[in-house]
Ligand binder design. Structure first.
Ligand code: ZN
Length: 288
């Protein structure tokens, strides 16, 4: 069954809070380009609406997001979408690494950077899987509130790739643990993520939405400009600490890995798809 593109992302407001919901629960909210651009529409709408003070990013169903779409019937990597994150040319019809670089720069990295700087506080509301590309969406939010059933992993080293495109790992969990996280590719639970400073709060699954909405409501009582400037101040400090240049340098290595895979093997993902990655993670993670 294919998605109805109009429903790939849902948008609603509750008072001063906009709730943006990824809506491909059948595929654990795997992100295709249709979803990326629908998310961008939703964030832009929230940014423009003066009545919206805080934005919540959610995933419909049992999982926040299992990552980028690497195998659903609606995978759309060969489609053209109007570019917004940068002025690089369209990837469609371009050969080899050029196509991959152009697409990932726009659809993954560029969009995440764009959303990270949305001038209103954002809260990721995470349950279940928050894996690979799912991490990127949680990380670009200002706060992360996780249900006790949430788990986090970036298993792409198994593909020979040094982490997902938005390479914030050392910044969000510290360089020492970032290496373990990448080397093993195993899941960490919500409590561990909180101990690492990656997650603000962990709550029972049933309390996730009410807790997030209450938190959003308290933040929304603050002046909009004060919130925007506080956010920008912290983001600027992260940038001074090297977040953006680190991401740029890692993105080059990420593209090298894709190109190496394509050059020596079957494809840029070293022959993996969503199923083999999920199975490998199950096998490699005790108790999961
Ligand atoms: Zn990639």
């Amino acid at each position: 069954m294919t998605d109805n593109p109009a429903e790939v992302v849902r948008y609603r407001t509750e008072g001063p809070v906009a709730v943006v919901t990824m809506n491909r629960p059948r595929y654990r909210n795997a992100q295709n380009s249709a979803m990326t651009y629908a998310l961008d529409d939703a964030f832009y709408r929230a940014a423009e609406d003066p009545a919206v003070k805080v934005v919540v990013l959610a995933g419909a169903g049992d999982h926040f997001s299992a990552g980028h779409d690497i195998g659903t019937p609606d995978r759309d990597i060969d489609q053209t979408f109007p570019r917004r994150a940068g002025l690089w040319w369209d990837h469609v019809g371009r050969p080899g690494a050029e196509s991959r670089f152009a697409r990932e720069e726009e659809v993954y990295l560029g969009m995440c950077r764009r959303w990270r700087d949305l001038p209103k506080p954002t809260i990721a509301m995470v349950q279940g899987a928050c894996v690979a590309g799912g991490l990127m969406l949680a990380w670009v939010c200002d706060l992360i509130v996780a249900a006790q059933d949430a788990f986090f992993a970036d298993p792409v080293v198994r593909m020979g790739i040094p982490g997902v495109e938005y390479f914030a790992h050392p910044m969000v969990m510290g360089p020492r643990f970032a290496k373990e996280f990448l080397f093993l590719g195993e899941r960490i639970d919500a409590q561990r993520a909180r101990e690492l400073g990656m997650v603000n709060r962990v709550v029972p699954r049933a309390d996730l939405e009410p807790e997030v909405m209450a938190l959003a409501g308290r933040i929304a009582a603050m002046p909009a400009l004060g919130l925007a400037l506080a956010k920008k101040a912290v983001n600027q400090v992260e940038d001074v600490m090297g977040l953006q240049t680190g991401i740029d340098s890692a993105f080059g290595l990420h593209q090298l890995a894709h190109a190496h895979n394509a050059e020596v093997g079957a494809d840029s993902l070293a022959g993996h798809d969503a199923r083999t990655m999920r199975d490998a993670q199950r096998d490699g993670t005790p108790g999961s």
